[in-house]
Design a protein around this ligand. Structure first.
Ligand code: NAP
Ligand code: FE
Length: 367
């Protein structure tokens, strides 16, 4: 047995945890840059909870509320400029994966000069603002991962700015913020978490403990499939979704993602398909393609999902995802050339070729 486990982020999950745990970030600094998307943090109560907590602590803040979905390089440099100009000495990110990911790179760029051309090259100095993360989607787990996924126009894909020291210091998870999500975004983000769990379980870097966490997360999410289809959630259901998304973040913070994410990036970059939906669309055909190699693992996943066959899994995905987008084979061929070069492909516990990727894309989008 060979187990490695590391979780530098302190995680607190519970109702009103932001206000109740205000003292836990009192010592992080005097002035926060609060990073959010345009609207949701103002509408779901998360921003006002943070402002109250800062007031209790006597901490000042500047708000940067310009993060768009799939944040751009320009956005993170702009945010870092705001942090520096306002002398922010810690960062609070509130939102889905986009503001949280942008937050990590803003916290990095606020502490060091990195040319835009070098942003995705790694080798950063070990200097970053202390970070508090407050997720408002149950999807990315970014509140505990060391990666920040930024749109990379140069490579026409999405790439990671990542380093071990980029894990947030504190994650505060209050599932009441999920109540304002549209069911479409809820489904897409939960499928992202499911994809993290499956990709982390079928992964070169997994180990006994990580596999245990992955299967637990898979079980919790599968028990929510009916709620996702009917758009009805009790407070306890929302807690469970937030928890499973966090477990999925813990998993990929150890393993990274694999081929599903590598392939999904082009669907988002070129077709503007939401990140979680992109993964959800690809998952069944990815699993089917590699059944002969990782069949035992797939059987175990199905067991934890309480499903009998991979076709049952496909039926659930189809009910959640509805009609698939039209994408031409020649476009899929181009996406295959991009996906084969993604670093996360190397986490697959088997060889992957460009032709394998093309076939999985074709099987996914054939009519
Ligand atoms: P998102 O892009 O952060 O947000 C999607 C939409 O949901 C936005 O319109 C946002 O509005 C809205 N929203 C967020 N919380 C809401 C709430 N509680 N109520 C109502 N609306 C809400 O979506 P996401 O799926 O969470 O994040 C996707 C990003 O995360 C992608 O860029 C992906 O690559 C990245 N990701 C990162 C990791 C990692 O390990 N770092 C892992 C997986 C994915 P506002 O814009 O107004 O806030
Ligand atoms: Fe993801």
């Amino acid at each position: 047995m060979n187990v490695v486990f590391m979780m530098p982020t302190k995680i607190i999950l519970g109702n009103d945890c932001v206000i109740k745990n205000a003292s836990s970030f009192k010592d992080f600094g005097k002035k926060a840059i609060i990073v959010t998307g345009k609207n949701s943090a103002k509408l779901n109560g998360s921003l006002s909870d943070v402002l109250k907590a800062l007031e209790i602590n006597g901490q000042d803040y500047v708000l940067y509320d310009k993060v768009m979905a799939n944040p751009t390089v320009d956005c993170v440099y702009d945010g870092a400029k705001v942090a520096s100009e306002n002398h922010a000495d810690f960062l609070i990110a509130i939102g889905g994966g986009s503001p949280m990911d942008a937050g990590k790179t803003i916290a990095l760029l606020a502490c060091q000069n990195i040319n835009k051309a070098d942003l995705f090259k790694g080798n950063y100095e070990k200097k970053i603002l202390p970070m508090v993360f407050i997720p408002t989607t149950a999807g990315t787990g970014s509140e505990v991962t060391t990666a920040s996924i930024i749109t990379n126009d140069e490579a026409k894909t999405k790439s990671a700015v990542a380093a071990q020291f980029m894990a947030p210091n504190l994650a505060l998870l209050d599932s009441k913020y999920l109540k304002s999500l549209s069911n479409n975004t809820m489904i897409n983000t939960v499928l992202d978490a499911l994809s993290h769990l499956i990709e982390g379980y079928i992964n070169k870097k997994t180990n006994e403990l990580i596999s245990l966490i992955a299967l637990e997360g898979i079980k919790i999410i599968s028990n929510q499939f009916n709620n996702l289809m009917n758009n009805t959630y009790s407070d306890d259901d929302l807690d469970k979704l937030m928890y499973a998304s966090n477990l999925a973040g813990i998993v990929i913070s150890h393993t990274g993602t694999t081929l599903v994410h590598a392939m999904g990036y082009s669907l988002t970059y070129f077709k503007h398909i939401d990140h979680g939906r992109a993964n959800g669309l690809l998952m069944y055909n990815y699993l089917k393609y590699y059944t002969s190699i990782v069949g035992d693992k797939i059987d175990n996943i199905l067991k934890y999902m309480n499903l009998n066959t991979l076709e049952d899994f496909n039926d659930v995905m189809n009910s959640l995802l509805k009609d698939k987008e039209d994408i031409k084979p020649c476009e899929l061929e181009d996406y295959s050339k991009i996906a084969i070069n993604a670093k996360n492909v190397l986490n697959c516990p088997f060889e992957v070729t460009k032709n394998d990727i093309y076939k999985i894309y074709l099987n996914t989008f054939k009519k």
